[in-house]
Design a protein around this ligand. Structure first.
Ligand code: BMA
Length: 419
């Protein structure tokens, strides 16, 4: 195991020009982290002078939140951040450590992006549906941010109508939207996040505190039929109303200024021949979305996908191209908001199924980040479920090759994303 020092952005961008063949030689680390140029500064240089700053749907977003968005945009085609859900909370063979990650156990670095999940917060539970203590989660979020990493949050919300979990298909959405019988309940549920978010505060070098930017990804995979907010369990109009209300409540009514809103349909229910038509099912509108996301487990060896590996790789590339193009047309960024091959059974998964098909096309490689899902703790959950390797796992070596590739950014190599 080894820890690489942060790579100053200038050298990242230099490496980036060719994507391959650029050795990860950490440049002069004697210059302190403070002197690492922000992407925004580099963007102002002649090489990127034509890049227009993007804007968020929250016109009053904090400086750091807007900087994150534009710095992610500036990485397009050059680098992709690697993320992992619940990375610091537990691993396949460990639990209880406060500063550990399966990703770091294998590569020496934490992921560049941390996914966290709120399911159960709305019920007043101390722990989320996967056993993560919310107070500790706040500490991990602060720690990740203090190291320069990115935070994203999803929410497998329980149904306020049936009391069942998010996979309970009881029609619920119509009752939650304005005018619905459970609308007030939705507000109290959202309030639990407002309170949770209030604790996500950091202090800058000048001693001023600010809220930690969060890529907020509610109501995901809505074009599938497995969640109560999904297709078939809610009408498209009601889904859109739910999304819009969520944004308006958090942004306009509660004044949260640190959120970047990510929209993420599921690839398994998208017909590649009619991608946009399917992708925009339930789209709440350009004024309600910042990240053009996609959850894609389908093209990376999903058990039910009978297509050949080559077809899957081609579709993986094509799907990334589609979302990158949708994002470009709307002056937004694209991201692979969830992906992974459960139990990592495919050889060379990282380089052959994620990296190569991403780099296969310049537009596809405009994806700003890729996040894999959680590594369930085997002893506690008594079921094998993991999407990142742990030491000794069959893809660990290939994961290190993925880590070592200049296109892929882990926490140890992050440029300054918040300036
Ligand atoms: C699913 C699985 C479940 C988990 C849920 C919410 O994809 O990982 O085990 O409870 O996400 O995190």
């Amino acid at each position: 195991m080894f820890m690489q020092p942060r790579l100053p952005l200038a050298s990242l961008l230099l490496c980036a020009s060719f994507l391959v063949g650029c050795d990860r030689q950490p440049a002069d680390t004697s210059s302190a982290a403070a002197s690492v140029p922000a992407v925004a500064q580099v963007q102002a240089s002649s090489a990127n002078a034509q890049v227009q700053p993007l804007s968020l749907i929250d016109k009053h977003a904090t400086r750091q939140t807007l900087a994150l968005y534009n710095n992610l945009a500036a990485l397009r085609g050059k680098h992709m951040l690697f993320g992992h859900e619940d990375s610091l909370a537990y691993g396949v063979h460990w639990e209880g450590d406060l500063d550990r990650s399966d990703v770091r156990d294998v590569t020496g670095s934490n992921p560049a992006l941390y996914g966290w999940e709120l399911g159960g917060l709305e019920l007043g539970q101390e722990k989320n549906l996967d056993g993560v203590n919310f107070k500790q989660m706040q500490e991990w979020i602060k720690a990740g941010y203090s190291r320069g990493a990115v935070i994203t949050i999803s929410w497998h919300m329980y149904s306020p109508v049936s009391g069942g979990n998010s996979w309970d298909k009881t029609p619920t959405v119509h009752e939650l939207i304005p005018g619905g019988a459970k609308h007030e309940q939705l507000k109290t549920y959202l309030d639990t996040f407002v309170e949770f978010n209030a604790a996500l505060v950091a202090t800058d070098a000048q001693g001023n505190s600010h809220p930690i930017p969060v890529i907020f990804r509610p109501w995901h995979e809505h074009n599938g039929d497995w969640f109560w907010w999904g297709k078939g369990n809610a009408s498209e109009a009601d889904y859109i109303a739910l999304w819009r209300f969520t944004v308006e409540y958090l942004r306009d009514k509660k004044g949260l200024r640190n959120l970047i809103y990510a929209y993420s349909p599921d690839r398994s229910r998208l017909d590649m021949g009619k991608f946009e038509e399917g992708y925009f099912y339930g789209y709440p509108g350009d004024d309600y979305v910042d990240v053009i996301g996609l959850d894609n487990y389908w093209d990376v060896g999903h058990a039910a996908n009978t297509a050949s590996a080559d077809e899957q790789k081609a579709n993986f590339t094509a799907a990334l191209k589609q979302i990158a193009s949708i994002a470009r047309a709307r002056n937004k960024i694209a991201a692979l908001t969830e992906t992974g091959n459960n139990k990592l059974t495919l050889p060379n998964f990282w380089t052959e199924r994620i990296l190569a098909p991403t780099l296969a096309d310049p537009l596809a490689s405009e994806i700003t980040y890729v996040m894999v899902w959680r590594n369930a703790n085997l002893a506690r959950e008594k079921a094998e479920q993991f999407f990142a390797p742990y030491p000794g796992q069959a893809t660990a070596e290939d994961f290190n090759a993925f880590f070592a590739h200049p296109f892929v950014v882990f926490e140890s190599e992050l440029p300054a994303l918040y300036q």
